[in-house]
Design a protein. Structure first.
Length: 416
């Protein structure tokens, strides 16, 4: 029998009716002759409620105790799903992350998986049981419960699929697959039949929330067949694989955007070899993630450095830079908030060098100001005013042919 791994997120197990629906999907997989391992998240917004409880106690909760608290949400879900399965006559067992053999580094709230001992899992599968595993959690070598950070249940599922050499890993969510952009905002966005690991990884890093980057990295590194599917509708999903087998004629495969971006500029830094190192080491040591960086020479041979950050880190960033003024030797710090980042992604860019120019032309025609630019082999990002984010995204989505269905594009290509 082939082993399949599937994961259901919080919205897919948000109430008991949805949990019963998940149990029926698991039973269906077993009836088809598969060994089924299912990873689930906490129900609905229950993790947020646990965080609120902690906030009522303290403004500075201990990270170890937060992990102990937050992992209870997934434990509630796995037990309820097993109860629902047994009502359907399916033999099943629930396992916490540590019972499932998931070992992590000794880091709380954002641990990485270092090893998985699958002996317990395989024993239950060999006994013909459906196995429910709590997502988002593991145990350190010292025996401390840990959590895997945002999107941790996706990572749990893909890591288990890799360790078990599963036939596939399906991520069930509240959308039918991976879309060319977020359909809640870009109304003409459409579902993709397939997308490459590299393209999905870029989109995930650039703001697409359907999959967590760490999960995609696991899938790529261990060649796990990943499928994003709907938990509500029985329709074809999107396959994430090494090389997308569909829609090969698209230069741009998807578009992502991210708001709450702030551009920070540090003016007239000394033009020394260690200037950039001193500035960004200061921020890195405090865990501030810096995205796009631009360096410009001034007329008096100084250096202006601009970089983008999440707006939530602005206060901390300014405090750090102001506190290190004597060391950094700059003249002034400025910032522009209410910015956003709009990005286009596609492996076809490698052989089409004019894509960036086309992007900038579209934004110019829409009279959207470009504040910063970043490029990679398969992505181009522009920081633009947040008020223009959706309008810019829709214009780019249309220009690069993402509005059109694949078959229509093929027919147009034949006529050309």
């Amino acid at each position: 029998m082939a082993t399949i791994v599937q994961k259901f997120g919080g919205t897919s197990v948000g109430d008991t009716d949805k949990i019963k629906r998940v149990a029926k999907r698991i039973k269906q997989g077993m009836d088809e002759g598969h060994s089924v391992v299912t990873v689930v998240s906490a129900m609905g917004k229950s993790t947020d409620k646990l965080v609120e409880l902690a906030d009522e106690i303290t403004d500075n909760p201990d990270p170890r105790e937060m992990d102990m608290l937050l992992t209870t949400g997934e434990q509630v879900t796995i037990s309820l799903v097993v109860m629902a399965l047994k009502e359907l006559g399916v033999d099943a067992v629930s396992l916490t992350g540590w019972q499932a053999g998931i070992v992590t580094e000794e880091v709380h709230q954002d641990a990485r998986i270092t090893d998985i001992n699958t002996s317990t899992l395989e024993g239950h599968l060999n006994d013909g049981k459906a196995v429910l595993v709590a997502g988002f959690q593991g145990v350190s070598e010292d025996g401390n419960i840990t959590t895997l950070g945002r999107g941790g249940s996706d990572t749990t599922a893909v890591a288990l699929a890799a360790a078990l050499e599963a036939e596939s890993c399906s991520i069930f969510t509240d959308v039918t697959g991976v879309y060319t952009s977020d359909p809640r905002y870009v109304k003409k966005a459409r579902q993709l039949g397939s997308i490459s690991y590299d393209e999905m990884l870029e989109l995930a890093h650039l703001g697409a929330g359907v999959l967590h980057p760490r999960a995609v990295e696991f899938a790529k590194n261990y060649n796990v067949k990943l499928v994003v599917r709907s938990s509500m509708e029985n329709v074809e999903g999107t396959i994430v694989e090494e090389e997308a087998t569909m829609e090969q004629n698209l230069t741009v495969r998807g578009l992502a955007f991210d708001k709450n971006i702030t551009k920070v500029t540090v003016e007239r830094l000394p033009n020394h070899y260690d200037t950039m190192s001193n500035l960004f080491k200061l921020l890195a040591e405090e865990g501030i993630n810096v995205d796009i960086i631009i360096q410009q020479m001034t007329a008096d041979h100084g250096v202006n450095v601009s970089f983008s950050i999440d707006s939530g880190n602005l206060g901390k960033t300014l405090d750090l830079i102001h506190g290190a003024k004597e060391t950094l030797c700059y003249s002034e710090v400025r910032h522009e908030s209410s910015q956003s980042k709009v990005s286009i992604v596609g492996s076809g860019m490698i052989s089409n060098p004019g894509v960036a120019a086309d992007m900038f032309k579209v934004l110019a025609e829409e009279e959207v100001a470009i504040k910063m630019v970043s490029t990679s082999e398969i992505a181009v990002s522009a920081v633009v005013p947040e008020k223009d984010m959706i309008r810019a995204s829709e214009a780019l989505h249309t220009y690069f042919g993402l509005d059109e269905k694949e078959q229509e594009k093929i027919e147009l290509a034949k006529q050309a």
